[in-house]
Design a protein around this ligand. Sequence first.
Ligand code: GSH
Length: 263
Amino acid sequence: MAVKLFEHPLSPYARKVKIVLYEKGVSFQRVFVNPSAASTDPVYQEFVMASPRREVPCLVDGDTRVFDSTVILEYLAERWPNPSLQPNSPSERARVRMLEEMMDTEYEAVNWGIAEIRFFERAVGQEAEQLVTRAGLQLQRLRNRLDRELEGGDWMNGETFGRGDAAVYPCVAMSASLGFAPDERHPKLRAWFERCAARESVKRTDAEAQEALRRELEGGAAAAGKSRQYRDHRLEWMLRTGGFDVVRRGLDDGTIRFQTEFE
Ligand SMILES: N[C@@H](CCC(=O)N[C@@H](CS)C(=O)NCC(=O)O)C(=O)O
């Protein structure tokens, strides 16, 4: 039975998992799902069975259902150990996991915040300007950190491309598409970004994201009124970056909601 990945091509978490699947040569079926568009459609119901929080990505491999991108990567590493995309030493593996954690929580939340303002017009004028300026400073700090990760080699993973790169690339690519591409202040990161973008696995996920973005823009996804999930780090980002009023307005008009609770 073919492996299925319920995904949305713009999700950095889904992109991370797909890069690893492509690198490992695992054949799988991509199932597009809009997690927030609840429906009685059998595909959506199958998605909910695999992902009780209704988040993408989630993976179905026979009777095994796995949600959360980090847990999925752990599963893939054990289920298809070759090629291994993890560094050899325990300390390097721990370093890569910490990097992944930082990207999934801190870095992703900044991208999310910028997109909320730019595309979903959560704030305008001075309020928007302040939030985006702070986001830009946060990205600078995070990139200083990423640049330092490359002091020892060409890849975030160490000597060869691997999980570390799969975890970092989607967020850096998302920043670039939001107007914050790596520049001369981070030469190592910029060169790494270009090296990654030339890889087949990354090119495929980039093309899938481009196609999805085109569809979203055509479909008017940014139309006001769409309810968006402000889970954990995203909510925290908005609050600590000065968007308390953004959250209050979104809760008042029903365009902000939280994570679906486990049933
Ligand atoms: N910790 C999860 C986070 C996944 C996540 O937040 N996915 C978002 C898309 S980027 C989602 O499905 N949100 C639900 C929604 O938008 O309704 C993971 O690593 O997979």
